[in-house]
Design a protein around this ligand. Structure first.
Ligand SMILES: Nc1ncnc2c1ncn2[C@@H]1O[C@H](COP(=O)(O)OP(=O)(O)OP(=O)(O)O)[C@@H](O)[C@H]1O
Ligand SMILES: [Mg+2]
Length: 253
């Protein structure tokens, strides 16, 4: 795999929803190319089409028109079963509400996508433990979601997304339900996945502060991409702005 490998390419992507007899054009012709190792933040007003776009990128839904290639395959016209297969093989998802199974341990939650793959139980367990350790939850394997903090729950969800070694990590407002300290924790984890493992990440966010942690910012407006720019110096998450800045009373170093 080369560094400039194209992970996904959309051309003229449209999505129309039919509600009763009313057709609503949520996406009106999106062109988007994402290369391996990019970290995209997707912003834009409420109702502009961000989640619709993420659902198409993640093969949860299919476009009304246009071409979509994912990891070199044309996935524009796949039926629901074929899309489920593609999701399990190529994509990890993180949601605002974590979407963990409630009465199920962290370990079992992370094992779930491997069960769908038909993997044997000992290999499954080994990989799930590794993924949970990787997100700093090696001591919380048996905790259910209710026995974890919000940030820890989101880290379980990240472990679940990573355990299948996806080509693409999709996150729709992953910090939307978190306080500012926990937001920084989750962002620092995403940044380290991007930086240390070259993970390709697409993250929807309303927060300019959160978007600044990405390497590229795409803004969706009224069903179209209104702007698309690189971030020269991404903000490092987890750095406390007061202690990092001597002018604000922090230590100088
Ligand atoms: N299943 C659906 N049926 C009909 N209309 C829909 C459907 N899903 C979304 N829409 C409409 O498409 C538009 C875009 O919705 P979308 O959820 O993509 O917005 P968004 O940018 O993610 O907004 P938010 O920031 O509030 O999450 C909205 O006007 C919405 O009402
Ligand atoms: Mg949305």
């Amino acid at each position: 795999m080369s560094a400039d490998e194209i992970v996904l390419e959309m051309r003229g992507i449209e999505k129309a929803y039919l509600t009763g007899e009313v057709v609503f054009r949520a996406l009106k012709g999106v062109d988007l190319t994402v290369r391996r190792g990019e970290f995209l933040a997707v912003g834009g007003p409420s109702g502009s089409g961000k989640s619709t776009l993420m659902n198409l990128i993640g093969c949860l839904d299919r476009p009304t028109a246009g071409q979509y290639r994912l990891a070199g395959h044309d996935v524009s016209g796949l039926d629901a079963d074929a899309r489920a297969f593609v999701r399990n093989q190529l994509i990890g998802f993180i949601f605002q509400g974590f979407n963990l199974l409630a009465r199920t341990s962290a370990l079992e939650n992370v094992e779930l996508p491997l069960i769908y793959r038909g993997m044997g139980s000992s290999e499954r367990r080994r990989r799930a433990v590794d993924a949970l350790r990787h997100v700093g939850l090696g001591t919380k394997l048996d905790n259910t979601p209710a026995q974890l903090s919000g940030g820890q729950q989101q880290r379980v969800a990240i472990a679940r997304a990573l355990v299948t070694e996806p080509k693409l990590l999709l996150a729709d407002e992953p910090t939307g339900n978190l306080d500012s300290t926990t937001t920084e924790e989750v962002l620092a984890l995403l940044q380290s996945l991007h930086r240390d493992q070259g993970m390709t990440i697409i993250m929807v966010t309303h927060e300019p502060d959160v978007a600044q942690c990405a390497s590229r910012i795409v803004v969706v407006r009224d069903g179209l991409i209104a702007s698309d720019r690189r971030v020269e110096t991404p903000r490092q998450a987890g750095v406390d702005p007061v202690s990092a800045n001597p002018l604000l009373g922090g230590a100088s170093s």
